[in-house]
Write a protein of this length. Structure first.
Length: 150
């Protein structure tokens, strides 16, 4: 029974991370920490790494901290929550950095409606080079209008 509850916490944490990604992207990355995020929109840098990667590192740190709290301090919920954040980070990396932005040249072509909708929504997000007037701040949840064939 406990393991089903842990699975629920992993899935709930993973789902909550989609909200956190949207909130962080809209109000923090396109807000007071735009200085860290703007190189992701403008590509005015010569490095494979972006200052924007700091956000990925922040959530990796939170996940590691939860694993630590579980293993060293006995906080049982740290393990399933840490796993949920870790799994969301893996999905985010695969979808955002590999599939959408092609930081690794794999997963280029697809006929999957969901994957095409994700790319379309993200492309709309990146049409704005400034921090204002943005849209589509989430990652895995895509509004219905981006599923339409064009």
């Amino acid at each position: 029974m406990l393991s089903l509850f842990w699975i629920f916490i992993v899935l709930a944490t993973f789902t909550f991370m989609e909200f956190m990604a949207w909130f962080t992207h809209k109000y923090i990355m396109h807000g007071f920490l735009w200085k860290l995020h703007k190189d992701h929109h403008r590509k005015d840098h010569n490095s494979w790494f972006e200052r924007n990667d700091a956000f990925f590192l922040f959530y990796a740190f939170v996940s590691i901290l939860l694993f630590y709290m579980w293993s060293e301090k006995g906080l049982w919920v740290g393990l399933p929550m840490g796993i949920g954040i870790f799994l969301y980070g893996v999905c985010y990396f695969i979808v955002h950095d590999i599939f959408i932005h092609q930081r690794f040249k794999i997963l280029k072509k697809t006929n999957n409606r969901y994957a095409i909708a994700i790319r379309r929504a993200h492309k709309i997000h990146h049409k704005h080079l400034g921090k204002e007037k943005g849209e589509c701040f989430g990652m895995l949840w895509v509004p219905i209008k981006y599923y339409k064939n064009k």
